[in-house]
Design a binder for this molecule. Sequence first.
Ligand code: SF4
Ligand code: SF4
Length: 435
Amino acid sequence: MVKIEENKFYTEHKKIEVLAAAPIVYIPLSQHLGKICDCLQVKIGDTVLKGQLLSTAQAQPFAPIHASVSGKIAAIQSWPHPTLGACKAIVIENDGKDSAAPEFGKNLSPEAAGKLTPEQIRESIFRAGVIGMGGAAFPTHIKLNPPKPVHCLLINIAECEPYLTNDSQLVAEKAPEIIAGIELEARCFPLQKIYISIEDNTPEAIAVLTKELAQRSWKINGIEAEMAVLKSQYPQGGEKQLVQKILKTEVPRGKLPFDVGVTVQNVGTVYAIYEAVYKNKPLIERVVTVTGGCLTTPKNLLARIGTPVKYLIDACGPLKETPVKIIAGGPMMGIAQFTDQIPVIKSTTGIILLGKREARRAEELPCIRCGACIRECPMGATPALINQASNKSFWAEAKTYGALDCIECGLCNFVCPSNRRIVQSIKRVKLEAPR
Ligand code: SF4
Ligand code: SF4
C-alpha cells in the first residue's frame, strides 16, 4: 500500500448540496452486477411518478430501477453508460412537479421498524433497488443473505480513492441515520462484532460517529461496535484489504469475505438501506463528488439517478480550463469517459475533471524489470508478467500470473516508472481469456 496525493481539498468539508432535478433524465436498465432489468413496467408515452417502478429482470440477481423524477416517458433507447459504454435507458421528460408515487417517503416508526424480521428487511431493500454504492454495484438484498454464516460486519468508510469525499461528508451529515441503517443490517446476521473502518484524514466524520456510538455505549443492536481508524493509504478500501487489515484474516484467492465469516458494506449503501426501510424510498438519488482542477466550485451534490453528468458539471462551473479527461469514479479505479452525456447511476461515486497538468499521460516505455508493480500489488499478482503475456494474447499464461485476482486498483500503473498500461492489459485478459 502507498501514500498518494489525496487532492481531497477541493471538496472536503463541503456540505452536500441538493441538485435541482434535470429537465430530462436517462435511467439505464443496467446499474448493478447481475441481470439487466429488461422486464419493462412502462412504455413510451406513459406518465410516471417519482419513485415508481420502471423495470425488473426475469431472474436474480438484479435490483429493480425506479423513476427519479415525475414526467413522461419520452423514449427507451440506447444511451452512453459510465461503465458499459452504452446501454438501453428509459428517458423521462421531467414535468417539474416532483409528484411522488403513493407510498414514496412514507415514514416507518422506530417501533414498527424494530418488529421487522430479517426477511422483511431484505424485502424492503430489494424493492428499493439498493446496490453496493461504493462502486461494486452488487444487489444488497443478496449480500445480506449469504450462503455461509457471517459473524462480523465491517462498515467501509475508508474512502482511499483520491479526490472523493462523498462518503465522509455523508457520515458527517447523517451519522444517526447511518447508525440506524447499520442496526437494520445487523439484524440480518448472527453477528458477534461490528467494525466501522474509517481513515484518519476525515476528523469531522470520526468525531460525529464517535459521539453517536458513545451515546449508545458502543453497542448497535446489542452487538459490540468498534471504530477502526486507519492511516490513510491506497488501496485499503477494497473488501479483502480491509478484512486483512482489521481482522488479520486473509480471504483466500477466488473466495469472498463471507467465506471467512465477514461481510463488508459501503457506508453509502448503509444510508440507502436506512432510507429504503424507514422512508420507503427507492434508490433514486445519491451523493456524487464533482471535482478536479478544471472547476471553479467543486461540490458534493445529491443528484437524481439518470441526471446527465453535464448538468452536474454546469452546477460546479464555470470551467477554469477545458478538461482533457472526465472520469466517472475515483482517479485510480474510475473509468475515463468519452462524453459528458453519461448519466449518474447508482454506483457513481464521483465525477473528476482533469486538466492538462493533472491528467498528464506520459509515453509508455519498455519494462525495466524494477519489480515495483509486483511489490505493491495488494493481491499478490505479478503485474509485469501479466502485462507482457496480455500484449501477446497469451491469455492462459496471464491467468497463471494472477490476472483474474486483480481488483483493478491501478497501483501497478501508478508505481511503474515506465508508464506501462498494465491495468488496461489486465482488463483485456478478463474480457478475452476463456474461463
Ligand atoms: S495487478 Fe491489479 S490488483 Fe495488482 S496492483 Fe495492478 S491493478 Fe492493483
Ligand atoms: S513497475 Fe513497470 S517497469 Fe517495473 S517491473 Fe513493473 S512493469 Fe516493469
